[in-house]
Design a protein around this ligand. Structure first.
Ligand SMILES: Cc1cc2nc3c(=O)[nH]c(=O)nc-3n(C[C@H](O)[C@H](O)[C@H](O)COP(=O)(O)OP(=O)(O)OC[C@H]3O[C@@H](n4cnc5c(N)ncnc54)[C@H](O)[C@@H]3O)c2cc1C
Length: 713
């Protein structure tokens, strides 16, 4: 309630002022006739008390504009009539701009949060447009005198345009109109009605002036587009509506969508259908993690009531299981399946030879659109001597036949951490090296610490703040030399797995020759429609960034295909607001939206509600009573900003919050939803309960307590 007091006070204040204006019928003084009749009196007063008159006029103008009261046109004429063209224009220009900005701020303060909260999703495209081109739109609105002054102020207040931009552009945009009206005011006798001020010809000129910035912008964009395509003649006919390069998560979804809407689509893959996720990424890693988990359970046999647990196993059998699992999933991404869906699948390496044609296997395919979905590969850091040994990456680790005895895992990100724990559980002596101060650096510090302590408890040596510099070979022994705060450390190893990030596959198949722009990190630069600087070449998945997940690749591909195939009717900006992910360590770490560290970095105020999973009945029954659910909400509001879950099945548990955030549901709704007992999902309800408790209306509850006492007699 306390937080609403300033808003309520402002509303009362505004209502009082506006009410007084109409109640006292002050409008009667703001007519052309009245102005004409009083002109001489006011002018004479101005001659005697110049500063005072200017100040009073200025203040009244600002107040009227700020309160969106009618009469701005008469007030502006009065500016000319009293002060002349020069002084009048200056005073009106500042007063109207300051007043407009105050009205804008009032609207923003009172309404923006609730409007954006309710319609945020629908307004997303408008918000993005305003953030990018808001100044242009505003300038047009200000220059064209048919858009009411006060409506622009109030509506723009609801958008994300910056206050300073609003002020400056408003002052500039209103200047021509201001000068016209002030000038008319200097010749008041000639004006019979307000319509006389703006002749149709003058309105037309202003409209021209107003739309000029937009026309110029469109023209520049068209010229740019033409220049980009200048040397590439467009074929009269195309073989395909869309050619997709790469049959990983991104390419499969893009071609699936195109085929589903009956477009003619070719999908070109040079290696294996399914790309990284199926063959060297998500699927094998999760399969390996599962086998490793079996082993970890046998080590915990006593916790589950068994005297001992002993699993006899061959590492090669475990790796065979991983291969079998890939084979089981393969049909989902197979050539047969996609051919049945209506996609023409072509095996071969694609090269883009023009924005409208792709070469493969000596054939040239002409196409209206291209979707580049060529993925990423393991990034290999420049470590001296690394190229002298057979190092492992996520590409070839699946070919291992025997378990590395001493394994160094380079990298404390999600892939490095998942592999560290899996190999340690399978029996390798693992040393995990991370250059930063902690592993899983994107997560909150205590979450990283939680995972690290679990690793250490399972026998992993975690060396954070260690930068790998050199691989040193001494006879048949190999060492990794790392620099740390105190000097350097050498770690002897049998195998090293490099997992320090992934580099986009954006080179070597025609993009450079064409002039497609890349970002500094090597990913392909796209706009929000996922277009490259060639508007008919789209891009999705790891090669586009900024996320490198299977689900974000699929999400982007939907936007890329729909924009490519239906962009002439409707174009959709990719929506990155609610992106979840999980790191499949034990405990799993899942996240959607902001965590504490990001909220702090971005200066976003938040309230934290936390529920410890050690308290949860089902987790206790499962001997998985560890971890937490952490929810960040807007202070005093039922608006979820972000959630982190650590614990068993965190990646599944977070789905409820992803849905809630996507559809603007708050913790009240989660609390009011029945969750099955006993499940891990109850943790979501309990954290909502914690939030509710912390936000309970204490004063009201005191009164309720008194009521009950009274009822007891
Ligand atoms: C070990 C590991 C674990 C992972 N775990 C997860 C996870 O649990 N969850 C998750 O969401 N993500 C995970 N990822 C990330 C996920 O695998 C990727 O984000 C996803 O595969 C990206 O899909 P993509 O289609 O962009 O690229 P890719 O899957 O790499 O597909 C690109 C395809 O393009 C082909 N190609 C490239 N150039 C050409 C050319 N010129 N002509 C024809 N074909 C070409 C390639 O052969 C490849 O098949 C993991 C990654 C790794 C490495």
């Amino acid at each position: 309630m306390k937080k609403h007091i300033p808003k309520i006070a402002l509303i009362i204040f505004v209502i009082m002022l506006v009410g007084s204006f109409f109640g006292l019928d002050l409008e009667q003084y703001l007519t052309l006739a009245n102005l004409k009749s009083q002109q001489m009196t006011f002018r004479a007063y101005y001659q005697q008390h110049q500063v005072l008159t200017l100040l009073v006029y200025f203040s009244v103008y600002v107040l009227m504009a700020a309160l969106s009261l009618p009469g701005a046109a008469v007030m502006t004429l009065a500016g000319g009539a009293f002060f002349g063209l020069f002084t009048g224009s200056i005073v009106v220009s500042f007063a109207s701009s300051i007043g407009a900005t105050l009205a804008f701020l009032v609207s923003r303060f009172l309404l923006r949060e609730s409007v954006q909260g309710k319609f945020g999703e629908k307004l997303a495209a408008i918000n993005q447009g305003i953030e990018k081109d808001g100044a242009f739109y505003l300038l047009t609105l200000r220059l064209v005198p048919v858009f009411p002054f006060f409506v622009i102020n109030l509506v723009l207040g609801l958008t994300p345009i910056r206050v300073l931009v609003f002020y400056v552009v408003s002052q500039l945009g209103m200047l021509p109109g201001t000068i016209i009206y002030v000038n008319a005011g200097t010749q008041l006798a000639k004006i019979e009605s307000l319509q006389d001020v703006l002749s149709p010809a003058l309105i037309f000129s202003l409209v021209l002036l107003g739309v000029f910035p937009l026309i110029a912008k469109t023209l520049v964009a068209t010229i740019k587009k033409r220049r980009v395509y200048a040397q590439w003649p467009k074929p009269k006919k195309f073989d395909y509506n869309m050619v997709v390069i790469g049959a990983g998560s991104a390419g499969l979804v893009a071609s699936f969508i195109a085929a589903a809407v009956k477009a003619k689509v070719a999908l070109i893959e040079k290696h294996k259908m399914g790309g990284d996720c199926l063959n060297t990424g998500c699927v094998p890693s999760k399969a390996l993690i599962r086998s490793a988990k079996m082993l970890s359970y046998t080590n915990r046999a006593k916790e589950f009531g068994f005297k001992s647990g002993n699993l006899d196993y061959d590492f090669s059998d475990v790796m065979q299981r991983v291969k079998n699992i890939i084979q089981k999933v393969e049909p989902h991404d197979s050539i047969e399946r996609y051919t049945d869906l209506g996609v023409e699948v072509i095996q071969g390496a694609a090269t883009i030879i023009s924005p409208f044609s792709v070469a493969v296997n000596g054939r040239e395919l002409t196409t209206r659109n291209i979707v580049v979905a060529t993925g990423a590969r393991p990034f290999i850091p420049p470590i001296v001597g690394l190229d002298q040994i057979d190092y492992l990456t996520s590409d070839n680790v699946w070919e291992l036949k025997s378990l590395p005895r001493r394994l160094v895992v380079l990298g404390g990100g999600p892939i490095g951490s998942e592999m560290t724990q899996a190999f340690a559980r399978l029996g390798s002596q693992v040393t995990q090296i991370e250059m930063m101060a902690r592993i899983l650096i994107r997560e909150d510090a205590d979450i990283s610490a939680l995972v690290q302590s679990k690793f250490e408890a399972e026998g992993v040596r975690v060396l954070t703040g260690h930068q790998a510099k050199e691989v040193r070979i001494e006879g048949d022994r190999t060492f990794l030399v790392c620099k740390n705060e105190t000097g350097s450390v050498e770690i002897e190893f049998d195998q090293i797995l490099v997992a320090v990030g992934r580099a986009a596959n954006a080179k070597g198949f025609g993009l450079e020759e064409l002039g497609v722009v890349l970002r500094q990190n090597g990913t392909i630069e796209t706009n929000a429609l996922l277009q490259t600087n060639f508007p008919n070449i789209y891009c999705s998945g790891d090669v586009a960034g900024p996320y490198q997940f299977t689900h974000t690749a699929a999400h982007q591909s939907w936007y890329a295909s729909v924009n490519a195939l239906f962009g002439q009717f409707k174009r959709l900006a990719v929506d990155y607001r609610v992106i979840p992910w999980a790191t499949f360590t034990d405990p799993e770490v899942a996240r959607v939206g902001l965590n504490i560290q990001e909220a702090d970095e971005q200066g976003i105020p938040y309230e934290v509600s936390e529920y410890g999973i050690d308290d949860l009945d089902r987790a206790i029954a499962d001997s998985e009573a560890h971890g937490l659910v952490r929810v960040l909400t807007k202070p005093g509001k039922d608006k979820i900003l972000g959630v982190t879950i650590v614990g068993a099945h965190a990646g599944d548990l977070i789905a409820e919050f992803v849905l809630a955030m996507k559809h603007n549901l708050g913790l009240n709704k989660i609390m009011g939803t029945i969750h099955i007992y006993p499940t891990l999902a109850e943790a979501n309800k309990y954290v909502a309960g914690k939030w509710k408790q912390a936000n309970a209306p204490q004063k009201l509850l005191k009164w309720v307590g008194k009521y009950h006492a009274w009822m007891r007699g």
